[in-house]
Design a protein around this ligand. Structure first.
Ligand code: ITT
Length: 195
């Protein structure tokens, strides 16, 4: 099955295609002629995933899915959450976001956090959502060079390394996105057996 992944984030594309494998042919936004940023105007991850998937479906009529992800930090009341991409600046400045997060948590002993990914899938005009969560904590300094975004600061529960210190494969087996994509594959199989 050919399916469009509504993302402009090359890191996400690599992670998701590794989990989906060769059974599904992932088509990029560029390949369907969408080069502009899709507006993310929702108040929640669920809304934004839905907005991105609908945008692509309405423009192309092709089966598609979109992922919206946020880092939810307990001591910050769930921030940056839906604002994770633009936490420190207007752009996707990973370095500035990580600096701001460390600053906001200075002196705080509760460093509990979780990543949450919501995926909206649209097949033949019908939308379905799945979610993936990984619990963990925010480190006191950055470590590692793999991954992207907040990975150098996020230590998943039962580990003593950040996501940025793990290979893509290891991150995928336990991550929010890896878990959400595993559910997506299950859903796609269920949908296909109905035909
Ligand atoms: P698209 O909307 O084009 O898919 P994006 O980068 O804007 O890409 P999101 O809105 O879903 O994606 O993600 C918000 C931010 O959360 C993102 O810019 C990163 O800073 C962070 N983020 C998302 N997934 C992450 C991950 O697996 N590891 C670390 N940080 C992540």
């Amino acid at each position: 099955m050919k399916i469009v992944f509504a993302t402009n984030n090359a890191h996400k594309l690599a992670e998701v295609s590794a989990v989906l494998g060769s059974e599904y042919e992932l088509v990029t936004l560029r390949e369907v002629g969408i080069t502009e940023d899709i507006p993310e105007t929702g108040a929640t991850l669920d809304e934004n995933a839905s907005i991105k998937a609908h945008y692509v479906y309405e423009r192309t009529g092709l089966n598609c899915f979109a992922d919206d992800t946020g880092l939810e930090v307990e001591a910050l009341g769930g921030a940056p959450g839906v604002h994770s991409a633009r936490y420190a600046t207007d752009g996707h400045d990973f370095e500035a976001n990580n600096r701001k997060l460390l600053h906001e948590l200075e002196g705080k002993s509760n460093r509990k956090a979780r990543f949450r990914t919501v995926i909206s899938l649209i097949v033949d005009g019908v939308e379905r959502q799945v979610e993936g969560i990984v619990e963990g904590k925010i480190a006191t300094s950055e470590a590692g060079a793999e991954g992207f975004g907040y990975d150098p600061l996020f230590i998943p529960d039962d580990y003593d390394r950040t996501f940025a210190e793990m290979s893509a494969e290891e991150k995928n087996t336990i991550s929010h996105r890896g878990r959400a994509v595993a559910k997506l594959v299950k859903l796609l199989h269920e949908i296909e057996t109905k035909y």
